[in-house]
Design a protein around this ligand. Structure first.
Ligand code: 5GP
Ligand code: ZN
Length: 114
């Protein structure tokens, strides 16, 4: 997608601080972190958000969520805890329309979110 910031990161047109990569998934540090750990996890396939998922994306999205376990172990927040979020459309606070999971950690996160 031409105007998609995350596709530009995938195409190396924009740089990122990479945390994890597999054949179908990339994770990198958020440019404007909301917690001491704030990682963005994306599929390499462009999908706008949860609303645009197809049946054929089930395995991909399962792998994406599973990558949170791998990343949490790698950066040592597995026991202290972390939060995974998918913002969707306006009320969900989505600003980048390439589906992504936020992985937040490193402090006690309040609930409910604002
Ligand atoms: P959303 O608001 O769509 O759920 O989350 C988008 C996230 O992407 C935000 O937390 C924002 O800080 C992050 N972000 C936006 N542009 C860039 C960028 O160019 N590089 C990185 N690493 N993160 C970005
Ligand atoms: Zn994209």
């Amino acid at each position: 997608m031409l105007d998609c910031i995350f596709c530009k990161i995938l195409n190396n047109e924009l740089t990122c601080s990479k945390v994890f990569e597999s054949d179908q998934i990339l994770a990198f540090n958020d440019i404007d972190p909301k917690a001491p750990v704030h990682i963005i996890v994306i599929p390499k396939k462009h999908i706008s958000n949860i609303n645009d998922l197809n049946e054929s994306d089930r395995k991909l999205m399962g792998d994406l969520i599973f990558s949170a376990k791998i990343i949490a172990e790698k950066i040592n927040v597995k026991e202290s805890g972390f939060r995974c979020i998918f913002n969707t459309n306006n009320d969900g606070g989505q600003t980048v329309f390439h589906i992504h999971m936020h992985l937040l950690a490193g402090r006690e996160l309040s609930w409910p979110p604002g």
